[in-house]
Design a protein around this ligand. Structure first.
Ligand SMILES: Cc1cc2nc3c(=O)[nH]c(=O)nc-3n(C[C@H](O)[C@H](O)[C@H](O)COP(=O)(O)OP(=O)(O)OC[C@H]3O[C@@H](n4cnc5c(N)ncnc54)[C@H](O)[C@@H]3O)c2cc1C
Length: 307
């Protein structure tokens, strides 16, 4: 049985859209194929007439900085993200999250666009893009538009991007200004089942603290799986603003965080109760790492390459 009849490698976004339009809903975008091909093989998605592979479109495979924005093509692989000196500095959390996805074979082909378009609440790269307050440029029959990350998800595994007619071209977010740092931490089963038990990304803005624990000027905390879609915990963010990031603040934040999330039991990963037990630990690890970076300027990514 064949899972597709035609396979195309367009060189431009317009060519990709023309291919998709030609099949009128019966073709689908593919990038690394690490999610999609499994779905096709396992019968979780019906065969398609054509696959349109977006990994050879130069616009979708580059990383750049222009006028205070960082641009990351949707077709950039996780390995490409980890290897980018620009992203290590400007988006440490994204490097840390993409650096723990799967193993090297997966990271060498799987893309950040596929991670987002797959729309899983626990997508590691997706969670970091949320904390970075990223936007996605979506191209479709009616042109291109920039959409906030939160507008890309309809439910677990349900993208608001119609991957049979539209595609994500690239992501953009503001380059880190002085005093702004990020961090990502996750808890994973040791045997490395795909997707984490819990993952969290933090973007932190703080004033110079003179060696003291920093006081939060602004913060974004993204988290998953903690609901039907990747999630920003805005009440917890509001609580943290203006406070010193010490143990007392963090322990006070945990009940609020627990009230904002819906932790479910998943058969291969963890119970909801266990996830609940991990909330405080993960918050402490991610926020303390960000605070350390704010204090020291040491943004060396942690944990890369661990399954
Ligand atoms: C062994 C293994 C381990 C894994 N571990 C992790 C993990 O630890 N953490 C994690 O988050 N994920 C994990 N994954 C899931 C997967 O590798 C990632 O989600 C990956 O980023 C998907 O990217 P891809 O390019 O392979 O997507 P594909 O499989 O090519 O596509 C996925 C979906 O997105 C659509 N799509 C792809 N690109 C675009 C685009 N530019 N525009 C619009 N739609 C698009 C496709 O139509 C499809 O519906 C794992 C997978 C495997 C097989």
């Amino acid at each position: 049985m064949s899972y597709w009849n035609h396979y195309y490698l367009p060189a431009t976004v317009d060519e990709a859209l023309t291919r998709l339009a030609h099949f009128d809903g019966a073709a689908r975008v593919v990038a690394g194929g690490t999610d999609l091909l499994l779905e096709l093989q396992q019968g979780r998605r019906p065969p398609v007439e054509a696959l349109v592979d977006v990994t050879q479109v130069p616009e979708m495979t580059s990383i750049s900085e222009r006028e205070g924005w960082i641009y990351v093509g949707a077709g950039v692989t996780h390995t490409g993200i980890v290897a980018s000196p620009l992203l290590i500095h400007a988006a440490t959390c994204l490097v840390e999250s993409c650096g723990v996805i799967g193993g090297p074979q997966v990271r060498n082909v799987a893309t950040i666009g596929g991670n987002v378009a797959h729309a899983l609440p626990a997508g590691d790269g997706t969670i970091s893009l949320l904390a970075l307050d990223a936007e996605a440029e979506v191209a479709g029959p009616s042109g291109r538009s920039w959409r906030p990350m939160a507008a890309l998800f309809k439910g677990p595994g349900q993208s608001a991007v119609d991957c049979t007619r539209e595609l994500i071209v690239q992501f953009r977010f503001r380059a880190a200004a002085p005093g702004e740092v990020t961090a990502f931490k996750r808890v994973m089963r040791p045997q490395g089942v795909a997707l984490p038990i819990l993952g969290m990304a933090v973007w932190l803005k703080s004033a110079p603290s003179g060696g003291e624990t920093p006081v939060v000027e602004d913060v974004r905390v993204a988290f998953g799986p903690a609901g039907p879609t990747p999630l920003r915990v805005v009440k917890t963010e509001a609580f943290l603003k203006g406070r010193r990031l010490n143990d007392e603040t963090l322990s006070q934040a945990v009940p609020l965080l627990a009230s904002e999330v819906r932790l479910r039991t998943s058969p291969h990963r963890a119970t909801g109760e266990y996830r609940g037990e991990l909330l405080g630990t993960l918050l402490e690890r991610a926020v303390k790492l960000a605070a350390y970076r704010a204090q020291t300027g040491d943004i060396q990514p942690e944990g890369l390459g661990l399954a």
